[in-house]
Design a protein around this ligand. Structure first.
Ligand code: 7RM
Length: 658
């Protein structure tokens, strides 16, 4: 496989000239509008983070801000804090008591509003349920729920009693669920009969039964089932002694549970990331530092105000759902919109109908969604009044400059700052991002590290790459919400994140370049970088050049083995609705890329495809496209959202060649 270790650093080919300085009116009212914040945080990062930590309610103050025994950091050592108390109880003493915490809309159109007081009451009662079932501080709880308020209730109830949760995305199979339950040794599993997706019911309880079948998860003592989809309870088989209805358990539960005093470094949650190979990694986050950084970034990056209606479209099964649906916004006292279903159900304007209906002011979503909206056309957003929007965010993959521009113009009406936020499950919170009142944005760039974060781009030896160059993205100093280890496998933690540069800094696995202004441009995973005739070329740049063509919605680019060049570029392209996928158009696209990036980047093959293989969180899986282009048997497809996409692509690729 081509990797930058075989030759020089990743080349930077794409040139983007557009710059969007903050609107002075936005800056005037922004939560952060003092440019000195960057320098102050840089000169004393610990003081910067301690100022943010002090905005939370601590049961006992910390003795030491940070200890660093590489590769293990501790934050706010000696302090005691409870996350649910900070997300709920803290607000009850203020006017937020009766403010909407969660506005929920189910896919079928049902709605619920929970005020902060309502949510506090439900979390208390459910914490009582967990206690009644014998869940104690330190016991693990697996949560397998759709995007309904009970997901937040269950997570917060776990934090209230100090039981680390492991949320498993509701789209994962019974096998994945079983593997994660057994790795975490969870005592309780929380699920629902089902959830709604594109008009169908996803049978979650049936998947739990399959996961537990034949005693396959011996640690599980109880299964709690929320009734989401049926009016008739008897339709859901329940195993006596093991399975319990959520609403029945509430009947005998205490109504108030005091928040457990947690040490700042006590585990808060485990979240499994699948990675491309091997067993999932259980990313471990702890309490005080995590909450400090998700709270700080929510306020600064999204400029969150009390009057906002904030909508992060991520599922709670992903880290974005943990940090920016639940913990960050609720710690900040936000009104959070939560939507259960698909963006194209019952029609392709569902998101925009929701923005109009609830007057959403802040929208945080992923490039994969934005590119789908581009493909579907502007008539869907154009049907709705979206003038309530004032800030847009992006996360999950590099956003191609043209997708950024489309988002800015067609969703933001040209008035909203766009914050492209780079971070990972491992980092816990946003790391590289514009501050919307201070930093001029450039389409396709995540701009600069958040104050207090020290990111760098280095070559194979770990030397900082001068401006204009590409290389490996690394983090040079610990940050409050960093992962502490991998659950039960510290050796793997050291190996995956710290061995690449001999323990000197955290290796994120992403390629990046930095421009003359010090802006960071994310280039994708380093495993995906291509080596064409001795040049390290980022897939992201070739994809962006393709998406730059007005008729292209999305592209995935890979390097396939080539006798002379080492690797040749193969592109899988999705065109916008109404564009013909002809051989002439393929030729035009090759020419387009060649003009934009230089002849070295001219794709050898272009295959049109209505769909690209993606993970369930919407990231393009290039590894499988390499298998297709090299005529290999397909590797592991279990993490794909839709395995049919690759098998049909494989057939078409082979018939085209033959
Ligand atoms: C939050 C999340 C992490 C990986 C990361 C990158 C990619 C995420 C951006 C991005 C370019 C971005 N956590 N990534 N955000 N690449 N620009 N703004 O996605 O653990 O699921 O994935 O996602 O490759 O390493 S994650």
């Amino acid at each position: 496989m081509a990797s930058p270790t075989e030759s020089t650093a990743i080349e930077a080919l794409l040139h983007e000239e557009r710059v969007f300085p903050p609107d002075p009116a936005f800056t005037r009212n922004a939560n952060v509008n003092d440019p000195g914040v960057y320098e102050r945080a840089q000169s004393d990062p610990e003081a910067f983070w301690a100022d943010w930590a002090r905005q939370l309610d601590w049961i006992k103050p910390w003795d030491t801000v940070c200890t660093w025994d590489p590769p293990h950091a501790q934050w706010f050592v000696g302090g005691q804090i409870n996350v649910s108390a900070n997300c709920l109880d803290r607000h009850l003493k203020t006017a937020r008591r009766n403010k909407a915490a969660i506005i929920f809309e189910g896919e079928p159109g049902d709605t619920r509003v929970l005020t902060y007081h309502d949510l506090w009451r439900e979390v208390n009662r459910f914490a009582g349920v967990l206690k009644n079932l014998g869940v104690n501080k330190g016991d693990r709880v697996t949560i397998y729920l759709p995007m309904i308020p009970e997901a937040a209730v269950a997570m917060l109830a776990c934090t209230r009693i100090g039981a680390p949760h492991s949320v498993v995305f509701g789209g994962f199979s019974a096998d994945s669920l079983r593997e994660r339950i057994n790795d975490s040794q969870s005592k309780v599993l929380i699920t629902s009969d089902g959830g709604f997706r594109r008009g169908n019911v996803v049978p979650l309880k049936a998947a739990c039964d399959a996961a537990l079948d034949g005693g396959a998860c011996p640690s599980i003592e109880s299964v709690i089932v929320f009734n989401r989809t049926t009016t008739d309870e008897s339709q859901t088989p329940m195993q006596a002694g093991r399975d319990h209805w959520w609403h029945r358990l509430l009947e005998d539960a205490p109504r108030l549970v005091e928040p457990e005093p947690m040490d700042s470094e006590d585990p808060l949650y485990i979240l499994y990331t699948s990675g491309s190979t091997g067993k999932p990694k259980g990313i471990l986050h702890t309490t005080g530092g995590y909450l400090t950084q998700v709270h700080a970034t929510t306020k600064c990056v999204f400029d969150l105000k009390d009057e906002d209606v904030y909508w992060c479209t991520a599922d709670v099964g992903w880290v974005t759902g943990h940090s920016y649906v639940v913990y960050g916004p609720l710690a900040a006292g936000a009104t959070v919109l939560m939507y259960e279903g698909a963006p194209d159900f019952p029609a392709r304007d569902r998101f925009w109908a929701l923005v109009e209906k609830y007057g959403v002011t802040i929208l945080y979503t992923a490039p994969t969604a934005i590119r789908a909206f581009m493909k579907w056309g502007t008539e869907h957003p154009d049907k709705h009044d979206m003038t309530s929007l004032r800030l847009l965010g992006s996360v999950g993959e590099p956003i191609n400059p043209e997708a950024w521009m489309w988002y800015h113009e067609h969703i933001g009406g040209g008035r909203c700052p766009v914050v492209d936020t780079w971070w990972q499950t491992e980092t816990g919170a946003i790391m590289i991002t514009p501050l919307p009142g201070l930093v001029a944005t450039k389409p396709g760039s995540a701009t600069r590290p958040f104050p207090g974060i020290e990111a760098d781009v280095v070559d194979e030896q770990g030397n900082s790459v001068p401006p204009g160059g590409g290389g490996f993205l690394v983090l040079r100093r610990p940050w409050p919400s960093m992962l502490r280890t991998l659950w039960g496998d510290d050796a793997r933690y050291r190996q995956v994140y710290w061995s690449r540069f001999d323990g000197r800094f955290y290796f994120a696995g992403d390629g990046a370049k930095r421009d003359e202004d010090g802006y960071f441009w994310l280039l994708g995973r380093v495993d995906d970088v291509m080596l064409v005739a001795g040049h390290n070329i980022s897939t992201m740049e070739v994809e962006s050049a393709l998406v730059d063509h007005p008729s292209v919605a999305e592209a995935a680019v890979i390097g396939r083995t080539h006798e002379i060049k080492g690797q040749a570029i193969a592109a899988f392209v999705t065109v916008k609705d109404g564009t013909g996928a002809t051989p002439e158009f393929a030729a035009e696209l090759k020419e387009h890329v060649s003009k934009k990036l230089g002849a070295i980047c001219r794709p050898d093959d272009i295959l049109f495809s209505a769909e690209l293989p993606k993970t369930r969180s919407g990231k393009i899986m290039r590894r499988l496209l390499r298998d297709i282009a090299e005529g290999r048997a397909l590797g592991d497809t279990t993490t794909l959202a839709d395995p049919n996409v690759v098998s049909s692509l494989k057939d078409r690729y082979e018939s085209q060649e033959g």
